[in-house]
Design a protein around this ligand. Structure first.
Ligand code: MEV
Length: 301
């Protein structure tokens, strides 16, 4: 029996635009999905979503991991037990975390000897198969941990400030949002391509500000990024309420994290404002979570 865990992630800059090759900065956060894998007579997947065999409607990611691994190293049966502190469909990388944690668990159980790069890359293939389109960002950051500039995979320093997440509890489908954004880009390429490139530039300017720990200016650029995300149709009233509540309570900056359309927002804040920001998010109707940036990616527990 092997237990593994992988962290969730937040985007400081660059979601959606990263799908089109623009820069993004994504950080692992200390909210984790735990999986336990063990040999079994048949394939069994247990999670808060239910207990199934290979079942793409209930457990698409774990089912695809099992099929992929079975093609590499045949097995009779495996039981996968999933427990997650990362809310599903919330933009915090729940699907990437369960995918890479399960891959790491099976790697260890079956002696596959996969490198972390291979786990991230197989995880990315699985996200593409399940979602239709996905950048490698989520699976890479959930595997490696830390603060990562995409697409170069350059590791930046962990942020030395507070981070608060607000969950709208409005379910959103990454696949649907990525496809809506793609349709918008196809209809108005001359308008949308420059927006993507400006989003990418917030990440590039953001990197230089992070290097000197100028979180006040980083927050300003996160707010600019938020306006651009709104312009491509991935905002919603619930996200806006939480974002403005966080800013008004003293956050350096606040924006959507992940696909948007619901799910979560992220705020960075001075440590002494974190409680105020969290309370403001709760009062605005969100589920607030004070967390920490983490350098710890997928790991055996
Ligand atoms: C989802 O967490 C982030 C998106 O940019 C999609 C992706 O990068 O695969 C919206």
């Amino acid at each position: 029996m092997v237990t593994c865990s992988a962290p969730g992630k937040v985007y400081l800059f660059g979601e959606h635009a990263v799908v089109y090759g623009e820069n993004a900065i994504c950080c692992a956060v200390d909210i984790r999905t735990h999986i336990t894998v063990e040999e079994n007579d048949s394939v069994l997947i247990e999670s808060p979503l239910g207990t199934t065999g290979i079942d793409y409607s209930v457990h698409p990611y774990v089912s695809e991991v099992l099929e992929k691994v079975r093609a590499m190293s045949p097995f009779e049966g495996i039981k996968v037990h999933v427990e997650s502190d990362i809310p599903i469909g919330s933009g915090l990388g729940s699907s990437a975390a369960v995918t890479v944690a399960t891959l790491k668990g099976l790697d260890n159980l079956l002696g596959l000897d996969l490198s972390l790069e291979e786990i991230a890359s197989i995880g990315h293939e699985i996200e593409i198969q399940v979602q239709g389109a996905a950048s490698p960002t989520d699976t890479y950051v959930c595997t490696m941990g830390g603060t990562v500039m995409i697409p170069d995979r350059k590791h930046l320093d962990l942020l030395d400030c507070g981070v608060v997440i607000g969950n709208t509890n409005v379910f959103s489908s990454t696949k649907e949002l990525v496809s809506n954004v793609s349709a918008l880009k196809d209809a108005y390429p001359e308008l949308i391509s420059p927006i993507f490139s400006t989003i990418g530039n917030t990440a590039i300017r953001g990197e230089t500000l992070l290097a000197v720990k100028d979180y006040k200016e980083v927050g300003k650029l996160m707010n600019v990024n938020q306006g651009l995300l709104d312009s491509i149709g991935v905002n919603c009233p619930e996200l806006s309420s939480l974002i403005y509540a966080a800013r008004n309570a003293g956050a350096f900056g606040a924006k959507i994290t992940g696909a948007g359309g619901g799910g979560c927002m992220v705020a960075i804040a001075p440590e002494d404002k974190v409680e105020d920001v969290s309370q403001a998010i709760s009062e605005a109707g969100g589920v607030s979570l004070i967390t920490k940036f983490t350098g710890q990616g997928v790991r055996i527990e």
